[in-house]
Design a protein around this ligand. Structure first.
Ligand code: C2O
Ligand code: CU
Ligand code: CU
Length: 465
């Protein structure tokens, strides 16, 4: 469970040069960070960008000397980054080269239900699912992952996930680091558990279902304990918590301040200064950190909750580059002046062996909510118990209105699609759907602890006029 006190063991034990390490197995940080390649589309005559995604099996040597069987998209583990502009029209061909059914969901994308993947759709082995949609949302880092009925957790664990970056005027014009993989570095953070043969060890017991599957190995972009080399300047990290169940509180080992500039679905109005960043499964955050004082030195980026460094950052021995963060990043006009709105309540339920929302376990034959198209509603999500749950909604970007009656955290002042509910929290969000979803292809709302989702903490809704 998320503890609210500060746990700074690894940060106090460790210097940047590792001299004071006291953890018995301290990561060697010997492998360079991989950067997911950007997938090139084929440009069709009418301007549509066509992307081919092939969901396939792979083999990766995560641990020295063992060959782990994996899944990936076009590559052995994880998938390429899809990078598009607002208003682009996309044609996605998703081929299933696995020996089992799968389907891909565009997490964070505002697309009609019929163009999205969910448990109600399935791509059979050797089939290809083609779908076309337009990008109609703000610059943000979204992602894609499987959403296979009762198998989402396992298929994500095996490696199917990729980033989906959207650019607009804000992201292109702001004076922020923009060199993908150089000073604008994506970090897909995941944890994994291995068996003695070096194979992924997925769900084993009811305990795994209840607590979610976590592991003692940390992967960033598919690399165990990586390092990265950067210039002596301000660096932008775009972080996705792509773990099945682990909640992280990211920080640097010298506890230096950094600025969050974006959340799940938009930039924040202003940069938010912080020293730790809580990120639950499904959530994204972009941060700027000034490393210009560290020329020729290193620093660790890690997880306070897990008490563990995750990434070693080497700063090149070169002249420091000065930079000033813009004071203003964007204006959020969405969800202003809500006068009257329908309130819809969702209670997250967890009992041994039973996970549900509003007392009901996910049932593909049942539609739980019918939501009017284009109308702002207040969704009130309640977590009456101890375990934290990240609540996610398909097909929208929402705004958090309050947490337990208080203002949301400053770094939640942008648009989002996933919100973490800590123990006994009630969160109100304003949400509006701009596309329809039908009985055949409904949208989902669910806990993004993937074992909870697969075990029934999920509901279906349609959106109609
Ligand atoms: Cu990222 Cu319905 O999921
Ligand atoms: Cu989603
Ligand atoms: Cu949950």
């Amino acid at each position: 469970f998320v503890k609210l006190g500060l746990i700074t063991s690894w940060s106090t034990f460790l210097n940047a040069d590792n001299t004071k390490q006291k953890i018995s197995v301290f990561p060697s940080f010997s492998k360079p960070l991989a950067i997911p390649p950007i997938l090139k589309p084929k440009l069709l005559k009418d301007g549509t960008k066509e992307y081919n995604l092939n969901v396939q099996e792979g083999i990766v040597e995560f641990l020295n000397g063992s060959k782990t069987k994996t899944y990936g998209v076009n590559i052995d583990f994880l998938g390429p980054t899809i990078r598009v502009n607002k208003n682009d029209t996309l044609k996605m061909n998703v081929k299933n080269s696995l020996k089992e059914e799968t389907v891909i969901h565009w997490h964070g994308l505002k697309v009609p239900g019929k163009n999205d993947g969910g448990p109600n759709r399935s791509i059979h082995p050797n089939d290809t699912w083609t779908t076309q949609f337009q990008i109609n949302q703000r610059s943000s880092m979204c992602w894609y992952h499987p959403h296979t009925h009762e198998k989402t957790g396992e298929q994500v664990f095996k490696g199917i996930s990729g980033l989906f970056i959207i650019d607009d005027e804000d992201s292109l014009n702001l004076d922020i680091p923009k060199n993908y993989g150089i000073d604008d570095i994506p970090l897909v953070v995941q944890d994994r558990r291995f068996d003695t043969q070096g194979q992924f060890l997925y769900k084993q017991s009811m305990h795994d279902t209840m607590m979610g599957v976590t592991g003692n190995f940390s992967l960033i972009n598919g690399i165990v304990d990586p390092y990265v080399k950067v210039s002596a300047k301000t660096i932008r990290f775009r972080i996705l918590n792509g773990s099945n169940a682990r909640i992280y509180r990211f920080m640097f080992n010298d506890k230096r301040a950094f600025y969050q500039i974006a959340g799940d679905s938009s930039f924040l109005p202003k940069p938010v200064k912080m020293t730790t960043l809580l990120l639950s499964p499904g959530e994204r955050a972009e941060i700027l950190v000034d490393l210009s004082d560290l020329a020729g030195k290193g620093i660790l980026f890690g997880d306070e909750l897990g008490g563990k460094p995750l990434l070693k950052i080497f700063v090149k021995d070169e002249k420091a580059q000065k930079y000033e963060i813009p004071k203003k990043l964007t204006t959020i006009n969405e969800y202003k002046n809500i006068i009257e709105a329908n309130v819809r309540e969702f209670e997250l339920n967890i009992r041994p062996g039973w996970l549900a929302i509003n007392g009901k376990q996910m049932d593909m034959k049942r539609i739980d909510e019918i939501v009017p198209l284009g109308k702002t509603e207040i969704w009130r999500i309640k977590n009456p118990q101890r375990m934290p749950h990240p609540f996610h909604i398909h097909g929208c970007s929402f705004k958090i209105i309050s947490r337990n009656g208080n203002k949301p955290y400053l770094n939640e002042s942008g648009l989002k699609d996933t919100v973490l509910l800590l123990s006994n929290e009630t969160v109100n969000i304003a949400v509006k759907f701009e596309y329809e979803s039908t009985k055949k292809y409904p949208y989902m709302y669910h806990c993004h602890i993937l074992e909870h989702e697969d075990a029934g903490m999920m509901g279906q809704f349609i959106v109609k006029k």
